[in-house]
Write a protein that binds this ligand. Structure first.
Ligand code: SF4
Ligand code: SF4
Length: 468
């Protein structure tokens, strides 16, 4: 049926979006989630890779993707997110169109969303209560699904058995769920019109090539003056060639209660119900719909919508570049965290050589325990510094549980026969590598540090003092 063409497509997208968001938290790759920001465990999971909270350098990439993605979608297709994937719209359709209209018969038709629900009998009030109870349960499910991005489902189901020990989680889960239920049942589309910040910013992102539901006043006739006042005279008298039959089906079906014939309005959520409604009406006259999903330029010029244009290509390039950078940074993620700082004492001259000490913080960010060891590597292929340096302490590997940190004082020695500079201290850059003994290929981190070797003058003075 052509007249509910977009509605069917929207419902299909709703089902796919619901499946995606409900199942995603349960999918793990190597024990890690696709997206999880666990404040409790100090972990961030992205696309199956585990990051420590100190490795949140990926978040700016995600924020760029989010914001540029919103700009891109809005420039291309207006408020398409609102009508086609926003949980608010999906739950309003479930509550108003499925529960109240189709299942409980409290509303007459999906096609008339303007008609007020009259609960004038006891049975109707029971049905309305039942519909509200069902939507509360569904909203709590949706709220739990949101929590799964912060507390994995396996932990969530254990925690709700001991609510007193997890009152913050319980508070957020129940508050979001209940607010969402109140929003769906009572605030309704007023949320989209007056509260949602997205509707405020969208107008600045639109251009004349953005696709949106548009009434073709060239064919249908002018219904409103330029000041937005409705012309009281019937169209068939003022403009006999106008095709709009003023059936108002496009108005009655609108969930935000606007008249699309007035032009683009901030309240429009791009659900395209008005397009479907007019398609049905016009089909009886063998004419195409007067309201179509098109762009102002396309309507005025009768040309196809320009999807590919400078703005949209620019956004796509930024999105692609950010996504590639995100994948690159993710693939270069180190398997552990390593911080190396020098101590206050720059060096110590000993009979066997010169010692430098470093404070080294090791953090096992893996999901299982490992034994870690340190070694010295050359900073470049033409350097041979690693053969001259030796780690004096620690000599034994260090066992760290999953997520455990440990601060170690590491002493590195350069042998006494090294030639000292007559002018001053010499810096020898080298690499400290820390690695898990059982998985050196993946769980390791390297840091470039300097070994400071004293000048010949200082060594001679030290030797002189020692003799005396
Ligand atoms: S005018 Fe109303 S029915 Fe038409 S797309 Fe916008 S919100 Fe939906
Ligand atoms: S549904 Fe079409 S014909 Fe009917 S009032 Fe709306 S624009 Fe006019």
């Amino acid at each position: 049926m052509k007249e509910i063409y977009y509605r069917k497509k929207r419902y299909l997208i709703y089902v796919l979006a619901a499946i995606f968001f409900l199942t995603m938290p349960f999918i793990t790759i190597n024990g890690n989630h696709i997206f999880l920001l666990s404040f409790e465990k100090g972990e961030f999971h992205l696309l199956g890779t585990l990051f420590n909270m100190q490795e949140l350098y990926l978040l700016p990439f995600l924020l760029i993707l989010l914001f540029v993605g919103i700009f891109f979608i809005t420039t291309l297709a207006g408020r398409m997110w609102c009508g086609w994937a926003c949980p608010q719209t999906i739950f309003r359709v479930i509550y108003r169109d499925l529960l109240q209209t189709k299942i409980f018969g409290l509303r007459k038709k999906i096609a008339n969303k303007q008609q007020k629900m009259v609960l004038d009998t006891f049975t109707k009030r029971i049905k309305a209560t039942l519909a509200f109870m069902i939507i509360i349960c569904l909203c709590l499910m949706a709220s739990a699904s949101l929590m799964f991005f912060f507390t994995p489902p396996s932990d969530f189901f254990v925690y709700i058995q001991n609510p007193r020990e997890h009152n913050i989680l319980m508070f957020f889960w129940l508050s979001f769920g209940l607010f969402f239920a109140i929003d769906i049942a009572f605030i309704q589309e007023n949320f989209c019109v007056y509260i949602c910040p997205y509707s405020r910013v969208q107008s600045v992102l639109y251009d004349n090539d953005t696709i949106m539901p548009i009434y073709n006043s060239n064919r249908g006739g002018t219904i409103y003056t330029d000041d937005g006042m409705k012309i009281t005279q019937k169209l068939k008298w003022s403009n006999p060639s106008a095709e709009c039959v003023e059936c108002e089906q496009c108005v009655k079906v609108c969930p935000t209660h606007i008249d699309i014939r007035k032009g683009m309005q901030l309240e429009c959520i791009n659900c395209l119900e008005c397009v479907d409604a007019c398609t049905g009406v016009m089909a009886k006259y063998n004419k195409p719909s007067l309201v179509s999903w098109s762009s102002p330029t396309s309507i005025n010029t009768n040309n196809r919508v320009r999807y590919i244009r400078l703005k949209t290509v620019g956004y796509m390039v930024v999105l692609l570049a950010t996504f590639i950078a995100l994948l690159f940074v993710r693939s270069n993620k180190e398997g552990m965290l390593l911080n190396v700082n020098t101590t206050a004492e720059v060096y110590k001259i000993r009979p066997q050589g010169v010692d430098n000490t470093y404070r080294v913080l090791l953090n096992n960010t893996d999901s299982k325990a490992h034994e870690f060891f340190l070694k010295i590597e050359n900073p470049s292929v033409d350097s041979d510094i690693a053969s001259k340096l030796e780690i004096i302490t620690p000599k034994k590997p260090l066992k760290l549980q999953a997520g455990q940190k440990s601060m170690q004082v590491v002493t590195v020695r350069m042998k006494a026969n090294t030639q000292a500079s007559p002018k001053g201290d010499t810096n020898y850059p080298f690499i400290i590598k820390s690695y898990a003994i059982d998985d050196e290929e993946y769980i390791f981190a390297k840091r470039k540090v300097n070994f400071i070797y004293p000048s010949k003058q200082i060594i001679d003075q030290h030797l002189q003092k020692s003799k005396n």
